[in-house]
Each structure stands twice: as structure tokens, then as C-alpha cells.
Design a protein. Structure first.
Length: 266
């Protein structure tokens, strides 16, 4: 696959790492105005770093846009003359609708919106996908890419804002939970490195139990909570202090923020 990542920042670099590590490219163009920020990709076979988005578009079949929402319109306008009807446009840009993309490049393009997360760098992204009508014919291509780099799910575009919070921002939310668990482990007597090891692998185990067994979390919780034991004591204290409520309220706040992002960012 001849892929270009237009805007190789935090997410773009994560996607590039995942694509390279999984041998998912024939050629890969990485674009950015300040190329020193992606010098780590210099010297990779079949990887080209450039400031020239038009060159990247012309040399690639699949274009993954990973720029800030406020830059997207200007970039689409500038690359539009170089698009062919065979290009597959994959936008990871938050809050930028398919209708808005079509209004700039036309409806006769394969347009897909993807919401991956930075775990794509290690082949573990949860990525949500949707497309315009023409893009339905290429959604399998997007699924093939993102399934190679984790797990994907096709959803209606109306759920894309929610998917951004749950999956993309979700990495940050889970990191904070893992950090809090680490801090507790230190207070309970582990050194910092061991504490993080315990927190990371325990959270991995919890997720894998659900992925492998397909159970509801409460079913797995029931297996851990010995009557009158320490687990239920801890869980109930966390809920008295608002653990679930705080997470839900935080995610709703994050969701509500998305509709204001485009206007605010510069
Ligand atoms: N970070 C994440 O975890 C996720 C982000 N997203 C979405 O992905 C997009 C990117 O986010 P993120 O990676 O965090 O943002 P970053 O700011 O880290 O990356 C954007 C990159 O675009 C580059 N850029 C800006 N203008 C141009 C241009 N004209 N041509 C080429 N490159 C350009 C910038 O570099 P330079 O200034 O040097 O050109 C920058 O490195 C956003 O829309 C975000 O909402 C979606 C899911 C997860
Ligand atoms: O925080 C943000 O706005 C972007 C979208 C999801 C992850 N990063």
C-alpha cells in the first residue's frame, strides 16, 4: 500500500510507527512543515519525509490526514487539484464532518473518517470507522489497515464524536487510572518501577479477561470479591468517593468540548 500521512504529529507518528512495525506499507510519505520533529523516521526503507503535501498526495493511494482541525480546510483546498478519483482519503481529524470534507473535495472521492488512538504505535489501537457513500466501496481497505494495527469497528458518523472520547481520549483517561493505581501501590510499599509494573500488567489482565471471555465486567468482579473481603471494601469506598460518576462526568465534559474545538483552535 502506498500511504501518505499528512501531518505527522503525535497521532501521525504513532500511525507511522504502527505501519512500519507491521510491514503494512509499500511506500510511506510523512509530511510536516518542521521536518526535524520526525527525524526518527529518516533512513527507513521506502519512507520519505517531506514538507510538500502535494508530492505526498501524488505519490500515494491512501491519504491519512492527522492535522489539527483548524488546519484541515486549508490543506484540503491546497491538495484538491492533485486528487484523483482513486485516492482513498482517511481523516482522523476530530469534529470535521464528511459533509464538510465533501464540500471541499467533492462527493466523488472515497472518504473515510477514522478515529484511532496512539496505541496504534504498538498495534493495539481501537479504531472506529465511517465513510461517505462512495467510501463504502473502500471501507474494507481501511478495516484491513486498522485491523492490522489493532481492532476496528464501523459505526455511523453520528457516533464519531462519542468514539473520539471513548477511544482516542480514552488512552489518556486509562493512563490516569494506571498512574493513580501506581501511586497507591507506592503508598502500599512498592518502589515506583515495581508499582507501575503491577498496575500495567493488572490492567492488561483485566482487559484481556473481557476480550477473551466476552463477559460483563461485573461477572469478573464477582469472581474477585470474596464476601466480607478486602476487594468489596475497596470497591465500595471508591464508589462512595464517586469513581464511576467522576469518570462518566469527565467523559461527558470531553464529549461536549468537541463541538467547540474547531472554532477555538488556531
Ligand atoms: N493525538 C491523539 O491521540 C489523537 C488525535 N486525533 C486527531 O488527529 C489530529 C492530529 O492530532 P495530534 O497528532 O494530536 O496533533 P499534532 O499537533 O501533534 O499533529 C499535527 C501535525 O500536523 C502538522 N502540520 C500542521 N500544518 C501542516 C501542513 N500544512 N502540512 C503538513 N503538516 C502540517 C504539524 O507539524 P508542523 O507544524 O511542523 O507542520 C503537527 O505535527 C487532530 O485532528 C486530532 O483531533 C484523533 C485521535 C487521537
Ligand atoms: O484531545 C484532542 O482534542 C484529540 C482528539 C482525541 C485525542 N486527542
Amino acid at each position: 500500500m502506498k500511504i501518505a500521512i499528512i501531518g505527522t504529529g503525535n497521532l501521525g507518528k504513532s500511525i507511522a510507527k504502527g505501519l512500519i512495525a507491521n510491514n503494512a506499507i509499500t511506500t510511506l510519505y510523512l509530511t510536516k512543515r518542521a521536518l526535524e520533529g520526525i527525524s526518527e523516521f529518516e533512513g527507513y526503507k521506502n519512507v520519505t519525509l517531506t514538507t510538500d503535501n502535494n508530492e505526498a498526495v501524488q505519490k500515494s493511494d491512501i491519504l491519512i490526514f492527522a492535522i489539527q482541525p483548524s488546519h484541515f480546510e486549508e490543506i484540503l483546498i491546497s491538495i484538491a487539484p492533485f486528487l484523483t478519483e482513486n485516492h482513498v482519503l482517511i481523516s482522523t481529524v476530530t469534529g470535521f464532518t464528511i459533509a464538510k470534507i465533501e464540500s471541499i473535495v467533492g462527493e466523488n472521492q472515497f472518504i473515510i473518517r477514522a478515529m484511532p488512538n496512539t496505541a496504534i504505535a504498538v498495534g493495539k489501537s481501537m479504531t472506529c470507522l465511517c465513510s461517505n457513500t462512495k467510501g463504502e466501496k473502500r471501507i474494507k481497505v481501511a478495516e484491513a489497515i486498522f485491523n492490522r494495527l489493532g481492532h476496528s469497528l464501523c459505526i455511523p458518523e453520528t457516533q464519531m464524536q462519542a468514539a473520539t472520547v471513548v477511544c482516542a481520549s480514552g488512552i489518556a483517561f486509562w493512563m490516569r487510572l494506571i498512574r493513580a493505581t501506581t501511586q497507591a501501590a507506592i503508598q502500599l510499599g512498592f518502589d515506583a518501577k515495581e508499582a507501575q509494573e503491577l498496575a500495567m500488567y493488572t490492567s492488561e489482565g483485566a482487559a484481556n479477561l473481557l476480550i477473551t471471555n466476552g463477559n460483563h465486567p461485573e461477572e469478573e468482579i464477582d469472581r474477585v470479591t470474596t464476601p466480607k473481603g478486602c476487594t468489596i471494601e475497596g470497591l465500595n469506598e471508591m464508589e462512595h468517593k464517586g469513581l464511576s460518576s467522576s469518570l462518566i462526568q469527565g467523559m461527558i465534559a470531553s464529549f461536549n468540548k468537541i463541538s467547540t474545538i474547531k472554532e477555538e483552535q488556531i
